[in-house]
Write a protein that binds this ligand. Sequence first.
Ligand SMILES: CC(=O)[C@@H](O)[C@H](O)COP(=O)(O)O
Ligand SMILES: NCC(=O)COP(=O)(O)O
Length: 247
Amino acid sequence: MTSLSVNVNAVAMLRNRRDLPWPSVTGLSRIALAAGAAGITVHPRPDQRHIRFSDVPELRALLDAEFPTAEFNIEGYPTPEFLDLVRVGRPDQVTLVPDDPSQATSDHGWDFIGRAAFLKPVVERLKGEGIRVSLFADPDPKGYEQAVELGADRLELYTGPYGATYDDRAAQSRELDRLETAGKHAEALGLALNAGHDLTVANLPPLLRRLPAIAEVSIGHGLTAEALEFGMAGAVGRFIRAIQPQG
Ligand SMILES: CC(=O)[C@@H](O)[C@H](O)COP(=O)(O)O
Ligand SMILES: NCC(=O)COP(=O)(O)O
């Protein structure tokens, strides 16, 4: 079964247009979890343009008080500030992403071999704190053996290029081939799989037919777009239906 983690970065971005507390990141997270989402994802960036560091303890408090079995996933580049924030947020899972602060959004996975010396102590520290570690990965098996060496529990397959093929069936099929090959290689190495970036109600079923073992999808942009049309609870319901086991 694939679980849905709702990324609330886009809700935070809307809130940050004004110096006012709405739309509420914790309020929309509560609605998403009450509608059946398995967890909440945040991706704080150094400039706090989406999630503010102050959102993290508020979300922690929401989960502790009202949804103690929900999963909290914090994504980001492991700066000292990020790792301090992780201590505050006590997430179930950290997804390490190789983002430069100047990037508009995440657009590639780790170079596991080239960044091994940097990643090793970070993964060890997080696992020492009892946190599951997922590493953001291009759908290219090169280096996945190194991810195992680093002690990663999961890889999050970067699905941005797949999401970009929404109007080109041949290109979509090529991206699905890449994701399937990479995902099956990761599985054979004993790594569990997550997936994320630009996933939608339309592109989830074909992906999950190829890779039914995907444990979790984290979705923000496409789900928030649907929430504008159907409401947050309605959008969560639509995505939960889209991730049901594919026949
Ligand atoms: C790692 C990943 O793909 C997502 O976290 C994505 O980067 C969302 O971040 P933004 O909402 O800041 O674009
Ligand atoms: N890990 C991916 C994520 O959290 C959300 O990405 P997107 O749906 O906002 O592209």
